[in-house]
Design a protein around this ligand. Sequence first.
Ligand SMILES: *[C@@H]1O[C@H](CO)[C@@H](O)[C@H](O)[C@H]1NC(C)=O
Length: 256
Amino acid sequence: MGNKGLSAIRPMLGFVFFLVTLHLVYGDLSYSVSEEMKRDAVIGNLAKDLGLDRISISSRQARVDFEDIRKTYCDINRSTGELVTSERIDRESLCGNKPSCVLKVDLVLENPLELHRVSLHIQDVNDNSPQFKDHLIEMEISELAEKGSRFPIEEAHDADIGQNAVQRYILQKNDHFILSVDSKKVDLVLENKLDREKQKEMNLLLTALDGGSPQRSGTVVIHVTVLDANDNAPVFSQPLTRALHLCPPLKLFSYL
Ligand SMILES: *[C@@H]1O[C@H](CO)[C@@H](O)[C@H](O)[C@H]1NC(C)=O
């Protein structure tokens, strides 16, 4: 019976709690934090920003609560009143490639109960390099390919955002190809026709660079095999008649 009574008043209690909480929410605080900072890095001085002294931070049991995140990314150092990181924050795993990454934290003080919303704006640092899907791209191009022919290359990816993402590509200097990059689409463009009789294959190094500081890069080797177009009359290394004489007669017959 006691249980029944409790379940009846539970929604009411919830509503009262909601009203009380509403009352207790004070102004928001907002801090900017770089990802990948080591443990115990200072994010900001809560005591100062809330106009409290360090003793109240400690005596009022200041603590942080993360909304629906099990990890605790930061904590309060009660002896200094500072908000500090309690573990490394990885922006990429938290927010992927979203342009803005904000962690919401509740700061709770007791006696009297007080609740502050703290927003942590996680700043991207250039901790990822551009990467091509493979280390080697195999290409077969006919020596008949015309000047201006385009051969698409899969673009490089960088988990970072903005300037820290891929900004440009550099193709190793070579006699046949130049690079064309148009809104992320990367093409090899044939500048000078290929000739298999002069060069059967070639390796071209392609580098992707981001715009971070320090700058990071990733490379891929493009291996081009030049396909024969059968454009030269066959040249025998020895006279045909002599070659025929070397074959046993029966076998020669079966060829015909
Ligand atoms: C709080 O900060 C002080 C001064 O930086 C430091 O000596 C102390 O170890 C910190 N306390 C905790 C619990 O991190």
